[in-house]
Design a protein around this ligand. Structure first.
Ligand code: NAD
Ligand code: UFG
Length: 332
């Protein structure tokens, strides 16, 4: 199968490309490198022994995108490309709406023009807002608290409408929980520039002395130890979920949670990281971060039943692999 992977140089995209290549799928990446680097392509080659075809292009450029579709004749699409920083989306909402929505609309227009009927879309647990009960199931009410989340929900709604008008389309929406970890080789992973927003990249920066102290945002939540609880999933398990979604025989519009079903608090994650990596992480408790919720973890029964999705990596693996990647790629 010839698969277009948008955003394939990014964190989750690059791990998924490796998974697809190992499964002998033919992959073409389109990425404008706004949040990734071209060197990822060499790393992918080093891991898989395979060259990936790459277009450095912005999906918002419809004419260029059409040329790529005309030339490549894709069978299916996995759509990762998008901007993802929650805080930045609050200060630059137009940038988020423009990039995330226009890129997706252009992709859908190309699908129609070039008769590509299968797409897998990267959504997020953020579309559940503040859930009333846990674990979260796919049919829970949806709401968002920031422009980034709203782009995800809007795209889900657009996909639903497009499906209603094209019942022969095969659309899978994957709602990710909190991806962390990295490829076992330490060649690809996540190491954002500047000060990270997300917990694991921040822990790793403190562990590698790039930042002095981790701020734990609140210890008065209604959770096991007062710190926020999330469902951390190894990026390799998440990548495998995409392969399953791509090969799934069930057609139509399908929505799946991809998580582990287990909640872990901030303190539990920090302690596990220290224990498995034999390193101290300085932290202090500070006030809550605006918009954060107490707890969020998935019910993944639907993905298990319909996709055969299960996770195989533990929290230990996630902590070890995140640290290994950054250690290996840090110039001391
Ligand atoms: P990432 O930033 O590492 O990867 C996204 C890639 O898309 C980058 O390589 C970027 O250069 C590219 N891109 C962005 N806009 C583009 C455009 N207009 N044209 C072409 N390329 C473009 O992010 P990620 O963590 O790999 O996330 C992948 C997807 O999963 C995103 O849609 C994100 O919103 C979603 N998601 C991520 C998380 C998470 O915690 N990482 C959680 C839920 C959902
Ligand atoms: N946290 C800290 N200190 C930090 C960073 C985070 O204490 O420096 C805490 C947060 O308060 C929260 C937990 O760690 O309790 C996880 O926070 P992250 O920022 O890593 O993740 P979020 O659950 O807030 O959000 C992430 C992505 C969203 C996505 C969501 C669900 O950033 O885009 O997961 O998939 F929507």
């Amino acid at each position: 199968m010839k698969v277009l992977v948008t955003g394939g140089c990014g964190y989750i995209g690059s791990h998924t490309v490796v998974e697809l290549l190992n499964d002998k799928q033919e992959v073409v990446i389109v990425d404008n490198l706004v949040n990734s680097k071209k060197e990822v392509l060499e790393k992918i080659k080093e891991i898989t022994g395979k060259e990936v075809k790459f277009y450095e292009e912005d999906l918002c450029n419809l004419q260029e995108l059409k040329h790529i579709f005309e030339k490549e004749k894709f069978d299916s699409i996995i759509h990762f490309a998008g901007l993802k920083a929650v805080g930045e989306s609050v200060s630059k909402p137009l940038m988020y709406y423009q990039n995330n929505l226009i890129s997706t609309l252009n992709l859908l227009e190309c699908m129609q023009e070039f008769a590509v009927k299968k797409i897998v879309f990267s959504s997020s647990a953020t579309v559940y807002g503040n859930p009333k009960t846990l674990p979260i199931k796919e049919d829970f009410p949806l709401s968002t608290t920031n422009p980034y989340g709203t782009t995800k929900l809007m795209i889900e709604n657009i996909l639903t409408d497009v499906y209603k008008a094209n019942l022969d389309y095969d659309i899978t929406v994957l709602r990710y929980f909190n991806p962390i970890g990295a490829h076992k080789s330490g060649l690809i992973g996540e190491d954002p520039n500047g000060i990270p927003n997300n917990l694991m990249p921040y822990i790793v920066k403190v562990a590698t002395n790039k930042l002095p102290v981790l701020n734990i945002y609140g210890n008065d939540y209604n959770t096991v130890d007062g710190t926020g609880v999330r469902d951390y999933i190894h990026v390799l398990d998440l990548a495998h979920g995409h392969l399953l979604a791509l090969k799934n025989k069930k057609t139509g519009l399908k929505i799946y949670n991809l998580g582990t079903g287990r909640g872990t608090s901030v303190l539990e994650l920090v302690n596990k990281f220290q224990e498995v990596n034999h390193i101290k992480v300085n932290y202090q408790i500070t006030k809550r971060r605006d918009g954060d919720i107490d707890a969020c973890y998935a019910n993944c029964d639907k993905a298990k039943e319909e996709l055969g999705f299960t996770t195989k990596y533990t929290l230990e693996d996630m902590c070890k692999d995140s640290y290994n990647y950054v250690k290996k790629n840090t110039i001391q």
